[in-house]
Design a protein around this ligand. Structure first.
Ligand code: SAH
Ligand code: DHB
Ligand code: MG
Length: 217
């Protein structure tokens, strides 16, 4: 059924416009360039956030004044570098990654960027590493970008350990366009949305694959 508020069917997103915007708003220095190109260089999946999204995540952290931040899903550290650069002096980012090779690449990228004193990369399935972080709670922001089949669990963890007013961000909120399909991971992402919506002042920004943005009530 057509939603009368919908403008869908029209998208003005064009690769040429995105390239122009990236050059203007997210000029890469050497460190961002190295982190961004690391997945392809090393034969990892190149599924890092778009530079415009990475910059947006950093700006949201700045707006929130975030000092203690958790990222779930590091890959080679590109989004982590945007997050880390948004932290104030004394701020800290814990980023969780299950693949040791990804974590190693991220540590290298973050070290070359001079961020080693404010970022900790923890290796292993996130669900196994989250409990050890709880001693640092409450957190100011949590960014979800790992296995979508666990988004419901990650969302529950975030709701529990974010401070009131704390920021929850989640990439791939449209689950690659398959959000409404009958498959376990899609169902987990839908549960994430249904549980988070009432607990957070929140919305999904219609980036190409959706970005959940919420403030813990
Ligand atoms: N946020 C990164 C991209 C993350 S891609 C960036 O924008 O630069 C998703 C990452 O999550 C992959 O590196 C994958 O290995 C990792 N991952 C998948 N399942 C995981 C789990 N259970 N725990 C922690 N990391 C996981
Ligand atoms: C995949 C994961 C992501 O986080 C993403 O933004 C794009 C693709 C993936 O697992 O294929
Ligand atoms: Mg993603």
């Amino acid at each position: 059924m057509a939603d009368p508020r919908s403008r869908s069917g029209t998208t003005y997103i064009r690769e040429s416009i995105l390239e122009w915007m990236r050059e203007l708003y997210v000029p890469h220095d050497e460190a961002l360039d190295a982190a961004f190109s690391a997945p392809e260089r090393r034969g990892f999946p190149a599924i890092q956030v778009d530079p415009l999204e990475g910059r947006f995540l950093g700006l949201l952290l700045s707006l929130a004044g975030a000092r203690k931040v958790v990222e779930i899903g590091t890959l080679a550290g590109y989004s982590a570098l945007h997050l880390a650069r948004a932290l104030p002096e004394g701020g800290r980012l814990w980023t969780l990654e299950s693949e040791p090779e990804h974590a190693g690449a991220a540590r290298e990228a973050l070290r070359s960027a001079g961020m080693e004193d404010r970022v900790e990369v923890r290796v292993g399935p996130a669900l196994e590493n989250l409990p050890a972080l709880e001693t640092h709670a409450p957190f100011d922001a949590v960014f979800l970008d790992a296995d979508k089949g666990n988004y419901d669990r990650y969302g529950r963890w975030a709701a529990r350990f974010l401070r009131p007013g704390g920021l929850l961000l989640a990439d791939n909120a449209f689950f690659f366009g398959r959000l409404l399909e009958k498959e376990p991971a899609a169902e987990a992402v839908r549960r994430f949305h249904r549980e988070a919506a009432p607990l957070f002042e929140s919305v999904c920004v219609p980036t190409p694959d959706g970005l959940f943005v919420g403030l813990r009530k």
